[in-house]
Design a protein around this ligand. Structure first.
Ligand SMILES: Cc1cc2nc3c(=O)[nH]c(=O)nc-3n(C[C@H](O)[C@H](O)[C@H](O)COP(=O)(O)OP(=O)(O)OC[C@H]3O[C@@H](n4cnc5c(N)ncnc54)[C@H](O)[C@@H]3O)c2cc1C
Length: 273
């Protein structure tokens, strides 16, 4: 939709051209959320796409994803053979309630900053130990793990004028085996539960719970847990905090989460799906 309160659009090509933050500003990434509903308090957009950041960079330290990398660019990237997480990346890119028209412009950073429970880039980055590199308005940077950055439904620790620049996924996480489960109440509906398990070479297991909770949770074990231990850990920490809205009731989301958690342990343990 047209945003008819916008009086100015700034298109910086490098960081020093980004204007000082003022009330009524918003950073524009893919614009898929910004242009999807009225934004009557906004008067100026600062377009991040003109910064021209390289979308993806694989190094010995891991994968650097520019916040402005689109979902399609991430989905189509070719990865070093040593990194077996490519299927997980594709599964998360396909977990949007959205067609290719959205995925071609929506960005990884925009999805994380939106901080919706059903944000699949949040699920992916939390499962792979993602860390954000954030530009602060005083010209500095700060780092924040994605799991701590999201504090609730549409809530995070980003301050006024702060920009998510890069998401770093550490190399060690990219070598893990993964298992993915996701469910929506309707075909192509918004995720009601999106659960990811990872297993490292030493046998350590981590379960990432998203979409069924307002913010991500991660449960770590030295080895694959039994069903009772797993259920007790999840219920113990999430009790009373299951997410509920038109896309799924809390009780259903809990049931799906526990069911998928057990399936994931069986899959990574080599058992039947
Ligand atoms: C049809 C449709 C389906 C959708 N399905 C889903 C879904 O399944 N799950 C989901 O989570 N969302 C969904 N969305 C919402 C939205 O499209 C996505 O969250 C998307 O990833 C947002 O990215 P964007 O680049 O388009 O962000 P924008 O719309 O450009 O920005 C979103 C917000 O983040 C801020 N922002 C963006 N990038 C940065 C940055 N680097 N630093 C600081 N602030 C920044 C903006 O100022 C704005 O407040 C859907 C939207 C539509 C229209």
């Amino acid at each position: 939709m047209d945003l008819n309160t916008i009086a100015e659009i700034v298109r910086p090509t490098e960081r020093r051209e980004i204007p000082a933050w003022r009330a009524g500003d918003a950073f524009l990434a893919g614009g898929t959320w910004l242009f999807s509903e009225p934004q009557n308090r906004l008067t100026r957009l600062i377009d991040l796409s003109t910064l021209g950041r390289p979308p993806l960079r694989a190094t010995d330290a891991g994968l650097e994803i520019a916040a402005t990398c689109t979902i399609t660019q991430l989905e189509n990237m070719s990865m070093p053979a040593l990194w077996p997480v490519k299927p997980l990346i594709e599964q998360c890119c396909n977990a949007f309630l959205a067609s290719f028209k959205i995925k071609n412009v929506a960005t990884v950073g925009g999805n994380i900053v939106m901080s919706l429970p059903a944000g699949p880039m949040i699920s992916l980055c939390v499962a792979l130990g993602g860390e954000l590199i954030i530009w602060t308005p005083d010209g500095g940077t700060r780092r924040a793990l994605v799991i701590g950055f999201i504090t609730g439904n549409n809530r995070n620790t980003l301050g006024p004028g702060e920009i998510v620049d890069t998401i770093h996924l550490p190399a060690a996480a990219l070598t893990r085996r993964t298992a993915f489960r996701q469910i929506s109440l309707t075909n192509f509906g918004r995720s009601g539960a999106l659960i990811i398990g990872t297993l490292d070479a030493a046998g350590a297991f981590a379960l990432t719970v998203t979409a069924s909770t307002p913010k991500p949770y991660q449960f770590r074990f030295d080895a694959l847990p039994g069903a009772d231990e797993l259920t007790a850990r999840i219920d113990g920490e999430v009790a009373g905090k299951w997410f509920g809205d038109i896309h799924g009731l809390p009780a259903w989301r809990r049931d799906m989460t526990l069911h998928f958690a057990r399936e994931i342990v069986a899959e990574l343990g080599g058992g039947a799906r």
